[in-house]
Design a protein around this ligand. Sequence first.
Ligand code: ZN
Length: 247
Amino acid sequence: MRYLILSDIHANATALQAALEAAKGRWDKVLCLGDVVGYGPDPNEVIDKVRELGATTIRGNHDKAGSGIANADDFNPVARNVALWTRNQLRPENRTWLEELPTGPATVDGFSLVHGAHRDEDEYVFAPAQALDGLLDAPSPITFFGHTHLQGGFTLRDNKVGVLHFKPGDGAPFSTLTIEPGTTYLLNPGSVGQPRDGDPRAAFAIADLPNNSVEFWRVPYDIEAVQKRMAAAGLPEPLINRLLFGR
Ligand code: ZN
């Protein structure tokens, strides 16, 4: 079974479309690690697509705020503004779908999915020290997580934490990680719709776990088209600008 793993799409339909085109024919099932909405201009289009794909999806913090099941009080003013905008845009059936998204962790075929971390869906795992608890507590050798919008991850082997970085070059759209026995993995596919690792291309992963291979992909998309829709919708300028820089 090959899994297409999407996270932090953030209502960016153009980035999602580019990811799906690049991944076409390479997966059997779609998994989504949350933050389907928030920040971007296309909440209904993105939810429609994720539903159409039949993706196994867990919720992220922006899904809670966008649907209204959590207030956005702990968001910065820019994110809060868009959470409220998103709430007003959502068609009723999409709002219900968002409200009913399950909380992680989820287990799929022997590996785990979380939005932020195992013990707290809203926790950010940026650094090895933050990853250690999750690596020790993980109920399975492989966990996929999102929330930080940074493609990469962490490993635990012989009581040592390792850091994984991937930099697919222009010639190769993906880097391949080979899963090794005796190692625990926390793997972040990166953000489809709002990357923050300095690479503005849409990020995702394809895991072929029976064959112990995980591909970390980057694909370009029409950022300007998304920025124009954001401007037309009156979304905050810092969010429009950051897409171009991948920060
Ligand atoms: Zn996010």
